[in-house]
Design a protein around this ligand. Structure first.
Ligand code: TYD
Length: 220
């Protein structure tokens, strides 16, 4: 239906409720006849999913921040070139669960890699390529952490031990830095970011997201 593709990303810390909203947006767009590609980072292609395993599984190794950043961008390069760009070129709507803003938030604000290094690598890998719209689902850290311990991620089901492992490694200060980082990144890129208060009722959030995308679709 759309002649021009659209690239939408969802960002947020733990327990922000991305999964639910992504699923609802996909269904809503498909019901209107749009061709939607749902993907995620790290991962999204078989090759990038292998890099994902190195990063998110508990036996993945103990990477420092810069090594992590390079792995995320290696996976991203493959994902963008072989899946995201071709889909957009075919007029599809790509919805990505996390993208480069997560690297800036997690690796720079969370793990202390310099923003200058991030910007240099991002320029090499992505050039000017960026999402058309990014939804940041913002939630206070304590609430997000409580919520995410209950969440059974529909894309990747982790065992209780794996979930616990992830939370033991990352303390509250890390998550506070992450949240502040995401909000700062959003403020610096307000042309494409839409910050959503993730404490609002689910249906209100869904409506807000639909309204934003509706505005974009009328322009394609
Ligand atoms: P995932 O299970 O997809 O997390 P979530 O459900 O919160 O989206 O695991 C991805 C993890 O990788 C998550 O903790 C965020 C982190 N991450 C980074 O540190 N840097 C990145 O560039 C990306 C894309 C993710």
């Amino acid at each position: 239906m759309t002649a021009k593709g659209l690239f939408i990303s969802f960002e947020g810390g733990e327990g922000a409720g991305k999964t639910t909203q992504i699923k609802r947006l996909k269904e809503w767009l498909e019901n209107q006849g749009h061709d939607v590609v749902l993907t995620r980072e790290p991962g999204g292609t078989p090759e990038a999913e292998k890099i994902r395993d190195l990063l998110v599984k508990r036996d993945g190794g103990n990477w420092d921040g810069l090594t992590e950043l390079l792995l995320f961008f290696a996976a991203r390069r493959h994902h963008v070139e072989t899946l995201i760009k071709p889909a957009i070129a075919e007029g599809k709507i790509v919805i990505c669960d996390r993208f480069a803003d997560s690297t800036e938030a997690y690796q720079c604000y969370g793990h202390g890699v310099s923003k200058d290094v991030f910007t240099q690598i991002k320029t090499i890998v992505l050039g000017e390529f960026a999402p058309d719209t990014t939804f940041l689902l913002d939630v206070p850290v304590d609430i997000g952490l409580k919520r995410s311990k209950r969440v059974n991620d529909s894309i990747e089901v982790l065992s209780d031990a794996e979930i616990e492992d992830r939370f033991e490694r990352l303390d509250t200060t890390f998550h506070e830095n992450l949240r502040a980082g995401f909000l700062e990144i959003a403020a610096q890129n307000d042309n494409r970011f839409m910050v959503i208060d993730a404490l609002k009722p689910l249906d209100d959030i869904t409506a807000e997201i639909q309204q934003t995308i509706e505005g974009k679709l009328t322009h394609v």
